[in-house]
Design a protein around this ligand. Structure first.
Ligand code: DX5
Ligand code: ZN
Length: 219
């Protein structure tokens, strides 16, 4: 799948974990291709979510065209990227704040056959993107750790700055507080991938919510 296409990526964090595959299939039927998986370790962020076993189970139960976009909110991700690649991740994104070995970890992701993403939290300057070999830049538009937080408008400036810094071809993903209104603002600022959790899986009609965000984002 070319990363240069625009995508809304439903985040499974807000889905029913007891019925995960069915919930994901529902949004895939509505056109979703990128499925965002939030891995949290209880250290980098307070909550604990899931690890490679759940990613592998999802991979097994989803059609091949699902692109598993694995967002690692974990300390020292270099210790775990091989496991997530083996579990079937298509892309793995690591936090610049989570390791002193950013370049090493990004190349380990590529060597494992995955696309390498780098993410910065709202308080982190975006210079890391220009200093590393990346396939995708993720800009957090909430502080990482929880779904359902309000969109941080002060990150719009960062999106514009990163688009100018990285040029037109680089996929820029935004994550946190994305709904039809904020997706349109992020798209205008230069984002091309839009993660949405509660706005999709918290809705009574996730397929309709997906389509509404996709339309607003110009997908
Ligand atoms: C938060 C996660 C997000 C989360 C977004 O740390 O990285 O992917 O699921 O949730 P919403 O869309 O509800 O803000
Ligand atoms: Zn995420």
């Amino acid at each position: 799948m070319p990363l240069t296409e625009r995508h809304v990526a439903p985040s499974i964090l807000s889905a029913d974990f007891a019925d995960l595959a069915a919930k994901v299939r529902e949004v895939m039927d509505a056109g979703a291709r990128v499925i965002h998986c939030d891995v949290m370790d209880g250290h980098f962020v307070p909550p604990i979510t899931f690890g490679p076993m759940v990613v592998a189970a999802l991979r097994e139960s989803l059609p091949d065209e699902a692109y598993l976009d694995v967002h690692l909110m974990i300390e020292r991700p270099e210790r775990h990227v091989a496991e997530f690649a083996k579990a079937g991740a298509d892309g793995i994104t690591i936090h610049a704040e989570a390791t002193p070995n950013i370049a090493f970890t990004l190349s380990a992701i590529r060597e494992a056959g995955c696309k390498a993403g780098l993410v910065v939290s709202p308080g982190t300057p975006p210079d890391h993107f220009g200093e590393n070999e990346i396939d995708l830049a993720l800009i957090m538009t909430v502080n990482p750790g929880w779904g359902g937080q309000p969109f941080l408008r002060n990150q719009l400036h960062k999106i514009r700055r990163v688009r100018a810094m990285l040029g037109d071809a680089m996929p820029i993903e935004v994550d946190g507080g994305v709904n039809p209104r904020t997706a349109a603002e992020c798209a205008q600022a230069g984002a091309t991938w839009f993660v949405a959790g509660s706005a999709i899986f918290g809705s009574a009609d996730p397929a309709a919510a997906f389509r509404e965000i996709a339309a607003a984002a110009g997908c």
